[in-house]
Design a binder for this molecule. Structure first.
Ligand SMILES: [Ca+2]
Length: 136
């Protein structure tokens, strides 16, 4: 498995971003995703349009799940199993910011992923997400 450790700051108005954006982004703030770069991105192509997709492994590595509005607890059924505290990469194919939380029911905010951003979560945010939603 290819692992990247590069961290890039993200530009956004939120307290923290889950995904880092390219260095050219303005208004630095903390990001939680790294750019995909030149690593394999084959699995990213599974992500449907207008959905927030998350993967258990880096670089869009399966298994994975996708969401239209969010999930209050990845550890509870119904919903994608195995994703709780087990997300390492993501792609926001929606037009809205998504917020990600360490706790269930949208508690302990980790940060956000801006529209269109795809990449690996910054190392500090990997394997922690328990709930997610379109940012309120
Ligand atoms: Ca968690």
């Amino acid at each position: 498995m290819i692992r990247k450790t590069m961290t890039v700051l993200a530009g956004a108005a939120f307290a923290a971003a889950l995904v880092s954006m390219p260095a050219s982004a303005s208004t630095p703030s903390r990001g939680i995703v790294e750019p995909a770069g030149d690593v394999s991105i084959t699995a990213y192509s599974d992500c449907p349009a207008n959905r927030m997709c998350i993967w258990n492994n880096l670089n869009g590595g399966r298994p994975w799940g996708y969401f239209a509005v969010g999930d209050a607890n990845l550890g509870a059924a119904p919903g994608p199993s195995g994703l709780n505290n087990n997300t390492e990469s993501a792609w926001n194919r929606t037009s809205q910011y998504w917020c990600f939380y360490d706790g269930a029911n949208y508690t302990s905010l980790l940060g956000h992923i801006p529209p269109g951003v795809q990449g690996n979560l910054d190392a500090q945010y990997r394997n922690r997400i328990t709930s997610l939603r379109v940012c309120p």
